[in-house]
Ligand binder design. Structure first.
Ligand code: M6R
Length: 607
């Protein structure tokens, strides 16, 4: 997730507005920042690594000539957060500048093709193919807008782009597919941006662009067309009534709920990971003598789910260990034969890094899965994969959990194939099912959230909860428990459902709430047995079930339904979503601020 901005004024200087807009978009990423303007037939560019303030202090971002320009604040996905990878990216002749938010799946093929035709690349970004593609078409005689259209027609993946060029210095051309883009219409100005807050103090009139649309911004206004057939799109600007704070949350009251709702999009991004990264990870895991999955909190729950996936799909046994326990539990046995896959959204969690350093000092192979390229974890890992979720602001991890599980599932499938444990057809089916998960999550949010709100009202005064599941659903249940505890301050306990009868069941009395995660998988029958045990002792059961599971509907007091057709190993992704929503609405019901749970920090950098 990056922030893009474009600004065209009838008079005056665009750069100061770009600078301020980038500051407002910084919540979308802050690895590097850049801006470009066109003035008297020349392109002026300033960009560097660091956040807006740091880059501005060094380069004076508001000091670029010209009434038209574009800007970018980056959340690195392809290429480290270095100056050369900062946007705007340029063509060979420094005539075309492009800013991009999204992930291009086919950039390596395009890059190779363009390099063979003599284009010189200066960055490691996927974005850089775009200015070179535009350059090709313009050299072949097309005008700027047509050349941009030809370029985007070749792109696979997601993008919101804004481009400027010296040959046609009076327009900004932008296009979108699966990444947000809004056009702002001022009295004597026009803007494009990833998000409304970028231009909200300048104009309240906005047109939200849709997938497959293209806009040419000029002094005449915004001309919107469909990329596919170049047909015109007529859409009146809407008047935005949000204040700046609401706009940053896209109108949601809290970042947590915005991020829960963002999951279909962030999951789609995880499915755009380059195969080479997955393959490299799988190769290391295949060769390892022993594999530890090390993490804290939510990331640890992703590891729990992964241990089931690796075992079921690749017959690879792995040990998930909470990072702060790693040295005590496994420290002495770690050697050159050990492999540690550390999972950390921030890549900066002290407990995780301390476990990693211990293992690294004993010559173990360190692999990383993180959301932050350039974080300490990426620097100490032999190889790492970026989960591509974009920044998560809510302290409670939500979209980063489902993204981690999705990436780990992709690695497990790869590993299964490599080890000959998964037939090609099985792997293909699982990948197809993974592709369907974003839509399933969309449906859960659309159809179940109102019901879950009602459940939060019903359960708001309960003083303690059980979260139970079997098999891979123990990971889902654990994550549901953590969410409820950390943001709604309700004590909660999680156990593998089968273990509950070995002690915890003595807590059950009339009205004690038990949440069961019960997909229609190989554990369902046994879990139904546990539901009956709990019901017999007076528990109130809230079950997360597959759509249409009448047997459990009849047993449970309440249920939330998840669409059919999710393979067992992928269930944690959609089944955790009702639990995230439940925790969020419980927090709201109980008057807690879910974005700022007491005593917690987004990144825990102390041991
Ligand atoms: O950045 P990390 O993934 O390493 O963070 C690990 C935990 O601190 C984190 O998941 C924490 O448990 C969250 N508050 C969970 O919502």
């Amino acid at each position: 997730m990056c922030g893009i901005f474009g600004c065209l004024l009838k008079g005056g200087s665009a750069a100061p507005l770009i600078h301020v807009a980038l500051k407002r978009l910084e919540y979308r990423g802050y690895d590097s920042v850049g801006a470009a303007t066109v003035y008297e037939g020349r392109l002026y560019v300033k960009k560097d690594q660091g956040n807006v303030d740091a880059v501005h202090a060094k380069l004076h971002l508001d000091n670029l000539p010209g009434r038209l320009g574009i800007g970018h604040t980056r959340w690195a996905t392809h290429g480290a957060p270095l100056q050369k990878n900062a946007h705007p990216q340029l063509d060979c002749d420094n005539r075309i500048a492009v800013v991009h938010n999204g992930v291009l799946e086919n950039f390596s093929g395009l890059r190779q093709e363009l390099e063979e035709r003599g284009h010189v690349f200066r960055s490691k970004t996927d974005t850089e193919v775009i200015p070179h593609l535009i350059e090709e078409s313009m050299k072949a005689g097309l005008g700027f807008a047509d050349a941009v259209r030809e370029a985007v027609k070749r792109l696979e993946g997601s993008y919101a782009i804004a481009a400027i060029c010296t040959q046609e210095p009076d327009k900004i051309v932008c296009a979108r597919k699966e990444s947000p883009l809004v056009v702002g219409i001022g009295d004597s100005s026009i803007y494009c941006a990833s998000d409304i807050p970028a231009f909200l103090p300048l104009t309240k009139r906005a047109i939200a662009m849709r997938d497959g649309e293209f806009a040419i911004l000029s002094d005449a206004g915004a001309e919107i067309k469909k990329i596919a057939d170049w047909s015109p799109v007529e859409r009146e600007p809407e008047t935005i009534t949000w204040d700046l704070e609401m706009a940053e949350k896209l109108g949601y009251p809290y970042f947590m709920i915005k991020e829960i709702h963002e999951q279909p999009e962030s999951l789609r991004n995880t499915l755009r990971l380059q195969d080479t990264y997955l393959d490299l990870m799988a190769t290391f895991l295949d060769r390892a003598r022993e594999v530890f999955l090390v993490a804290c909190g939510t990331s640890y729950h992703a590891c729990l789910a992964a241990s089931h996936m690796f075992s079921k799909l690749a017959f690879r046994s792995t040990q998930p260990i909470i990072a702060s326990e790693f040295v005590q539990r496994a420290g002495d046995s770690i050697s050159v034969d050990s492999t540690v896959l550390a999972v950390s959204q921030s890549g900066e969690t002290a407990d995780t890094l301390s476990a990693v350093m211990h293992a690294s000092n004993r010559a173990a192979t360190i692999l990383g899965l993180t959301n932050v390229i350039g974080s300490t974890l990426t620097r100490v890992s032999r190889t790492y994969t970026c989960q591509q979720s974009g920044p998560e602001i809510g302290v409670a991890a939500t979209k980063t959990f489902t993204a981690q599980v999705s990436v780990l599932a992709q690695i497990a499938i790869k590993l299964g194939e490599k080890r000959g444990k998964l037939f090609h057809e099985e792997a293909k089916t699982l990948r197809k099912k993974l592709q369907q998960i974003p839509e399933i999550v969309e449906r859960i949010i659309a159809t179940q959230e109102e019901k879950i709100k009602g459940l939060a009202k019903k359960y708001r005064d309960k003083r303690c909860f059980f979260f139970l599941g079997r098999g891979i659903s123990t990971a889902t249940a654990s994550e549901g428990m953590l969410k409820l505890m950390e943001i709604a301050y309700v004590p909660a306990i999680t156990y593998p459902a089968g273990e509950s009868k070995h002690g915890p069941i003595s807590l059950i009395e009339e009205g004690f709430p038990v949440v069961f995660v019960c997909p229609n998988d190989s554990t369902r029958k046994a879990t139904i047995g546990n539901i009956m045990e709990m019901k017999a002792r007076g528990a109130v059961v809230l079950a997360i079930i597959e759509e249409g599971d009448e047997e459990i509907k009849n047993l449970a007091d309440d249920y939330v339904e998840v669409p059919k057709g999710v393979p067992e190993v992928l269930t944690p992704i959609p089944y955790v979503v009702p639990l995230q929503l439940f925790a969020y609405h419980m927090a709201i019901e109980r008057g807690c601020n879910p974005d700022m749970p007491r005593n917690l920090a987004k990144s825990v950098t102390v041991l």
